[in-house]
Design a protein around this ligand. Structure first.
Ligand code: KG4
Ligand code: ZN
Length: 414
């Protein structure tokens, strides 16, 4: 890292690794700052390898398959990220290099549970010249624990091989920062300073993914207060389950969204079905989506064989009911907490009906609140958001003293 006095001006290249679910993702992000107020980010590379098609036949993510696939994919994804990030096609030494016996011993310890990854690592990484990277950010939770462990072990191995420090990052923190990632290059106001408090905080963030549905109030970066969450299924999970009921492939969110968008075009031919918007009038910021999914199931059982129009009607009614409660509670929370900015993040943030409805309700009811949403490239799981959250985690906590102590934690909370 090249920093002048008191971090007034600095640059830092962060390599980030994300394996919490069924995407193997690695990014390289250049972070720089001219002063303490603003930090600039430039995404040099962003590689995401999705396993969704492999999991499709199980109708959801199959943890041991995800673990195996991450193990097979991490080295090729790393090579691609390095090639993209540093615009060099030949970043490898031409003559084979070898690790010392001591390094090999350490690598065998951290990658012992991933024999295929260990084998690839020992074969390929010695030939890669140490890249211009100052830190490695690694998602250590929440997510599928076996999948998280592969990424954490790989990060430790790279830290050993290249002598680069590690930053453990909370995946949900990554989704929060994704809302500020509108382009390849962007700027975020730094920690507590006058302009940041005036411009940003409090932020109210709605996080909607396959594993989470949460409303979070943010007083300063990494100062999170969770004010509501789902009591059962996450909203993305409900989209996936309803898609399955309608005979659509995994992941179901984009499929439901596509079907629902045909509703208007059908005009008078499609009827408006009523489905309950669960907990819409409850006196809190919690959610529940399991009852809504069951209501769809009963409706489908009653209807028997479904026509294409009926599928459109059901997808539309389900999506409306799910979105209504998300929008209502986010607007209420933004009002109650006086949000300067309201944000959306997570896989379901790709849903255009949700993006549009939340934007229009906020504009209508809270014209002083700015609404920020991620570029569609960064709604789903990616490693660029982990690099950004990684910078702020480092700025607050520094590097971990002993990288080997980092543990994956499937239930890690914000
Ligand atoms: O954040 P993400 O990629 O992974 C997790 O951390 O869970 O979110 C994946 C979820 C899946 O449930 C998927 O069906 C949902 O996001 N999703 C969508 C859309 N695109 C992805 N849900 C609704 N509408 C979409 N367009
Ligand atoms: Zn996610």
């Amino acid at each position: 890292m090249r920093a002048s006095t008191f971090l007034i001006s600095f640059t830092m290249n962060i390599l980030a690794i994300e394996t919490s679910c069924d995407e193997t993702a690695i990014s390289i992000v250049a972070v720089s700052g001219e002063n303490k107020e603003k930090v600039s980010f430039d995404i040099l590379s962003d590689v995401v390898l999705s396993q969704a098609q492999l999991h499709a036949e199980y109708g959801g993510v199959f943890p041991s398959l995800a673990k195996r696939e991450h193990g097979l994919n991490l080295v090729p994804v790393l090579k691609k990220a390095l090639e993209q990030g540093f615009e060099i096609s030949n970043f490898q030494f031409s003559t084979p290099k070898h690790f010392s016996n001591e390094t090999i011993f350490k690598l065998k310890t951290v990658l012992g549970k991933n024999p295929e990854l260990l084998e690839q690592f020992l074969e390929e990484i010695p030939n890669i010249a140490k890249p211009n990277i100052d830190a490695i950010a690694i998602t250590n939770g929440p997510g599928l624990e076996p999948a998280l462990w592969v990424g954490v072990s790989f990060a430790k191995a790279l830290s050993i091989a290249w002598d680069i420090p590690l930053i453990p990052v909370n995946h949900m923190s990554g989704h929060i920062f994704s809302a500020f990632m509108d382009e390849k290059k962007f700027t975020i106001t730094n920690f507590k300073n006058k302009s940041a408090s005036e411009e940003y905080f409090p932020v109210v963030s709605l996080l909607v993914s396959g594993g989470h549905t949460e409303l979070v109030v943010i007083k300063d970066w990494l100062e999170y207060k969770k004010i509501g969450k789902t009591r059962d299924d996450a909203v993305g999970e409900a989209f996936d389950k309803v898609a399955r009921i309608l005979g659509l492939p995994y992941p179901g969110g984009p499929e439901i969204s596509k079907l629902a968008s045909q509703f208007e075009a059908l005009g008078g031919k499609a009827s408006k079905l009523e489905l309950p918007s669960p907990m819409i009038n409850s006196d809190d910021y919690d959610f529940s989506f399991s009852g809504l999914k069951t209501a769809v199931l009963y409706m489908v059982k009653k209807l028997g064989e479904l026509s294409q129009t009926q599928k459109v009607e059901i997808a539309h009614a389900f999506q409306e009911a799910a979105i209504e409660v998300l929008v209502k509670k986010t607007v209420l929370a933004s009002e109650q907490y006086g949000a300067k900015i309201a944000t959306l993040g997570g896989g379901v943030a790709a849903n255009s009906a949700l993006r549009d409805k939340l934007a229009s309700k906020l504009k209508e009811q809270l014209s002083d609140t700015t609404f920020k949403i991620p570029n569609l490239k960064y709604t789903g799981d990616n490693a660029s958001m982990i690099a950004v959250a990684g910078y702020f985690t480092y700025a607050k906590n520094g590097f971990v003293k002993d990288p080997l102590e980092i543990k994956a934690d499937g239930g890690l909370s914000l």
